[in-house]
Design a protein around this ligand. Sequence first.
Ligand code: FMN
Length: 200
Amino acid sequence: MKTEPKALALMGSPRAGGATARLLTCFIDQWRAFNLGAVTVVEAYKAALAPCTHCGYCGKQLGCVYDDGFTAIDAGLREADFLVVASPVYGMGFPAPLKAVFDRCQRYFEAKFSLGAANPIPKRKSALFLAAFGSKDGRGVEMMREQLRYTFLLVNAVLEKTVAAANTDRLPLDMEAAEREIQSAIRAAVSRWQNEGGPP
Ligand SMILES: Cc1cc2nc3c(=O)[nH]c(=O)nc-3n(C[C@H](O)[C@H](O)[C@H](O)COP(=O)(O)O)c2cc1C
């Protein structure tokens, strides 16, 4: 019996009604409209993970010296077929609580290169990057996409699409355009699963 694909969303905005939240809600609505499985949302500000301190623990044994909210994120990353990173641009980068989530993924680098694990997160997943930035300067999104390239390698994710809402501090969001882009990212994942024999 085939199982439904699972989506994990890492939410980097603290604002419930903000532009990032609206993009993420649009994704959740579309995921449901496609009749796909559950979406688990991790709110980085609520998870408030301890930042990586490069203590060396994960280079000597699997896991992390901290027993905190990353345990659930780790389980989510292992199960997920689709990963969403939803984030505002803060100072040309990720807000600190979300950056902490990414830095804690260093355990997968150590698992592979210090401990010899072949593939620390075996399940390959499609990914979507949702971003919102207040200005017209899109360089922050470009830099964040570069940062994600590293983290996505660690968690076995393939970026299907970036949907970025610009000028959010001045202009209303173009939700129709965002919805079309999000639908196309979901379609790309579904067609990848069909071609690669993954989830339905
Ligand atoms: C601490 C902070 C730093 C920001 N840095 C940038 C920036 O570098 N570039 C930019 O275009 N907007 C910047 N903004 C504006 C936010 O990206 C924008 O308001 C965005 O819509 C916030 O996301 P939200 O609506 O989901 O909360 C910054 C806002 C804050 C609070």
